[in-house]
Design a protein around this ligand. Sequence first.
Ligand SMILES: [Zn+2]
Ligand SMILES: [Zn+2]
Length: 249
Amino acid sequence: MNSPSHAESLSRRRLPRWIALGWVSVLSFVAWRHVPLAQASHSHNGSYQVHISTIHGNDGTSTTPGPQDEQYCILPLTAAVNATQIANLIEETLAKMGAGQMWDGTGAWRVDLWRAAKFCNQYDSATRATIGIEYQIADSWASVCGGDLYSCVVQSNPVVDPVNGHTHFKWMYSHLKAQHLSTDVTRARKFINHETGHVLGLKDPSGPNDCSHSVMHNDLYSNYGCLDKVWYPTPNDVASVTKIQDRRN
Ligand SMILES: [Zn+2]
Ligand SMILES: [Zn+2]
């Protein structure tokens, strides 16, 4: 288990256990324990892969998302952030920073991120269930992420990939701690891009000094000796996600 000791560290996965989250409380959630692996693998692989199920394909148009695109909604759960401003910041970070500094467009647009028009809780449950990614912002995610210091991603609704049979997930929840988004914009982008890297199948450092040039291995993991300040997905990150998309990981 990662045990960040630095106040800036902050992304962590929780111990496996069933979770109930409001409107989806009747659905099964599967969380996983991040077990450091011997190899310096940058992504989940094998039969159980933690990533959003839509990343292998691209079937939308320039104006409308298709079922293989990535729709996301935003759910501010605290008055500590301005809901509209934070939603705009997330969208800007994901999709308006330009090629080379954002996740949108990764792998010949198989990562194609579309912001839903409304906040997550403004949809009826059937419509909300069609949105694959939620960015939820709260003062603390201690009950979900395993500690008050952390933001984290939790996956749910496992489905089997029809091409090679690996399990991946229809719903990914990016639980962002409000303070991680509030201090300064670059730091906020760092967290948004890091957690989105988890949504897309990338992993945290496996342990001390596992510090490649990656938004997953940046100075949010300074307690592991990772000092890179990069806040956007690097060519390494894009290559890793593209391998997942190609089912070559
Ligand atoms: Zn992380
Ligand atoms: Zn997959």
